[in-house]
Design a protein around this ligand. Structure first.
Ligand code: PSU
Ligand code: MN
Length: 308
């Protein structure tokens, strides 16, 4: 790492030690804390997810930008003050240089977390849902920077698929165009976040973490740049009725259009609206799928480290 990089990145002691000794590490994003969930559920969920990862003897690395510095691994005090802060910027790839040079504080999206994880040397990252191609993108050109990042940064992203606030088949087409492997974990179908079924197929099905770790190895040994998407379906008992979800998404989309909400505000707006319209049932599903992803991510990172 060069001197300038060291100036803007701060890796916690625990994670530095894990990196040195080759202990498995899982990266976690922070837009979900700053913009994806309300306080105090955001804090409780972050702690729960970290605990699940630790139970597997894997080190969790929550990533955020604090006062212009990339933090890899937040202390409990930092996490608490971050979760309570209502003035946080949503930081994607293009925001990183702005937020860092302006010494701001913000939550990293999937795209920005991948960049920071890679800089720190972490190869497995767990989130809830990735961004994608938005519905009506033929008019708005709204495609999440997460997809482009997946073609650049060598990090495997474990998610529960994508929400149907997005256009799932277009997102899958775009992932194919960008050369990004899309794996369904124990399923042929690409999951739709709140529900295990999207009606669209993943590229392939894999049934254990070792196969996934091996696929990561093979991709990167071939010099093929970019990440891998692992779609881990939500557990049956927490999955939501597709009709209920579709209705609330359609209401949320109408309201966004009426209120003229665009750009980086649209995803947080839709997430909050859907949660409100489903009486927080979607929030509970969100928490449960994150825990489910954390466990799988920890297992993949162990397998990846063992195969190294
Ligand atoms: N989708 C979710 N929950 C989230 C996000 C997406 O189901 O919290 C967040 C992630 O941080 C993701 C970001 O990287 O939104 C995508 O935002 P945009 O669509 O503006 O790229
Ligand atoms: Mn967008």
């Amino acid at each position: 790492m060069n001197k300038n990089k060291i100036k803007s990145i701060e890796i916690s002691e625990e994670i530095l030690n894990a990196l040195k000794s080759g202990q498995p590490i899982v990266a976690l994003e922070s837009t979900i804390i700053s913009h994806g969930m309300p306080y105090p559920q955001n804090l409780e969920t972050s702690n729960l997810v970290e605990q699940i990862i630790r139970k597997e003897n894997v080190i969790p690395a929550t990533i955020a930008i604090l006062k212009g510095r990339i933090k890899i691994g937040l202390s409990q005090v930092e996490l608490e003050s971050f979760a309570k802060n209502k003035n946080l910027t949503k930081v994607s790839r293009r925001d990183l240089p702005v937020v860092i040079s302006q010494k701001q504080t913000g939550g990293t999206t999937v795209a920005a977390t991948m960049i920071c994880a890679k800089l720190a040397g972490i190869s497995v990252f767990v989130t809830g849902g990735i961004g994608g191609v938005h519905r009506n993108s033929e008019n708005t050109l709204d495609v999440s920077a997460d997809l482009i990042e997946l073609s650049k940064s060598n990090v495997a992203v474990v998610c529960a698929g994508i929400k149907s606030i997005l256009d799932i088949p277009k997102t899958l087409e775009y992932l194919e165009t960008l050369g990004i492997p899309v794996i369904g974990y124990k399923t042929k179908e690409f999951p739709a976040f709140y529900s295990a079924k999207s009606g669209f197929l993943a590229q392939t099905r894999m049934d254990n973490p070792e196969e996934i770790a091996n696929c990561m190895k093979v991709k990167w040994n071939l010099g093929l740049q970019g990440g891998i998407v692992v779609g881990n379906p939500i557990k049956k008992e927490f999955s939501m009725n597709e009709k209920v979800i579709e209705e609330s998404i359609s209401t949320a989309l109408k309201e966004a259009s009426y209120k003229n909400i665009t750009g980086k505000e649209i995803t947080p707006f839709l997430l909050e609206k859907v949660s409100e319209l489903t009486n927080n049932e979607s929030l509970n599903s969100n928490i449960s799928l994150l825990c489910n992803n954390a466990l799988l991510g920890a297992k993949i990172s162990i397998a990846f480290q063992t195969q190294s």
